[in-house]
Ligand binder design. Structure first.
Ligand code: 5GP
Length: 190
């Protein structure tokens, strides 16, 4: 998506050679028009997969996952990140490290929101080491649903997540792939 590359060059900040700050588009603010374009692109790429639910992780994955779900005309389910005493017994739960927060968090999805009848498309904002994606794959497995695929807005391909998941046989579609953040600049693949 060239338009997304252009916006990243204008608006994202390289924090260090590992981390990109994308506050205005992904992590703190949302451009609804651009986000709908992302959703349309994911819906197009996964059109043949008979998706019944789009799943994501709160909070940064929600806008683009919503846009995708709207295009596919299916419900959206987002994993919550905290343990709440209320829903634990009735929920699928996994523990994953958080790349940006440097802590471990629980991902929780209520059992009634995902089942073996579902074909789930996982959408997220950024992939780094792939821990969030692996966590959601485990949740989808716990539910008995089929994983229809993985759609990521921004893949940092110099980190292992996307490649490792593809090697495991999962279909990972990224809208933009970044090969390096060295020297304070964004270098795209291709
Ligand atoms: P992973 O679990 O793949 O290591 O990291 C994925 C999660 O960490 C994403 O959902 C994203 O919110 C956050 N993340 C990873 N790398 C970056 C980054 O460079 N910038 C920002 N803003 N978030 C990131």
């Amino acid at each position: 998506m060239d338009i997304l590359k252009e916006r990243l060059l204008k608006e994202a900040t390289v924090l260090n050679s590992d981390v990109l700050k994308v506050d205005s588009l992904l992590n703190h603010g949302v451009d609804p028009v651009l986000t709908m374009e992302m959703g349309k692109e994911f819906a197009r790429r996964f059109a043949e997969e008979k998706v019944t639910k789009v799943v994501t992780v709160e909070s940064s994955g929600i806008p683009v996952a919503f846009a995708t779900a709207l295009e596919l005309k299916v419900p959206l389910v987002f994993a919550r990140r905290k343990k709440t005493l209320l829903n634990e017994a009735d929920a699928y739960t996994v523990r994953v490290p958080s790349f940006t927060k440097g802590i471990v968090t629980d991902l929780i999805v209520s059992r009634h929101l995902l089942s073996r009848e579902d074909s789930a498309l996982f959408i997220d904002d950024i992939i780094a080491n792939g821990d969030a994606a692996r966590g959601m794959i485990r949740i989808i497995e716990q539910s008995g649903a089929r994983l229809a695929g993985i759609g990521i807005v921004l893949e940092k391909s110099f980190q292992a997540g996307g490649k490792a998941l593809r090697e495991l046989g999962y279909r990972v579609e990224s809208l933009v792939r970044i090969r390096s953040l060295e020297d304070n600049r964004i270098a795209f693949e291709d």
